[in-house]
Design a protein around this ligand. Sequence first.
Ligand code: CA
Length: 221
Amino acid sequence: MRILLVEDDRMIGEAVQAALQEAAYAVDWVRDGRAALDAASSQRYDMVLLDLGLPGRDGLEVLASLRRERNAVPVLIMTARDSLQDRLQGLDGGADDYLLKPFELEELLARMRAVLRRQAGSAQPVLSSGSLSLDPATHEASYQDHPPVALSNREFALLQALMARPGAILSRADLEDRVYGWGQEVESNAIEFLIHGLRRKLGRDAIKNVRGAGWMVPRNA
Ligand code: CA
């Protein structure tokens, strides 16, 4: 999952970025509204974490621009503004959830999972497809009747990307996009290496290789 973090406060930005990376999200961090809109128009994100008090164009303007451009990316507002008016403006402006600063990083992560679940049209906390299941809260996966195994952050990010679109073939570039954020170096065989690790943990057939095109997990039978 690739997240756009829009936050001008350096300390908060660093803390959130570190927590997101620790939770296996690919993160691109921008510090003002214009950069946020540029990023959102050139890259597909799974979610935007949006501060409201930003230099230049503020967060509500960024949100309004995104929705005007028919960008339906889930937006979670994180802000110190706590007036009812601001909350209503954010939610009515198309935000999906709202978190007041200061917040616990654990709560941010839990709310992100909830928003992503709703986005996927599912109330179930565990993703499943075919014989595979994946728990976004624990990063454990299981295949067929085998007991769940713990995945590394990048293994989790990759499998989550495949399971978000069962039956679709994702190319190496698609997967790199979901696993690595700005400034994270991608080695040439990194995706193959992660797939190899996942198959070793889950079983050879858990992920299908489509020669020359990419990889997929089967749709629910
Ligand atoms: Ca701010």
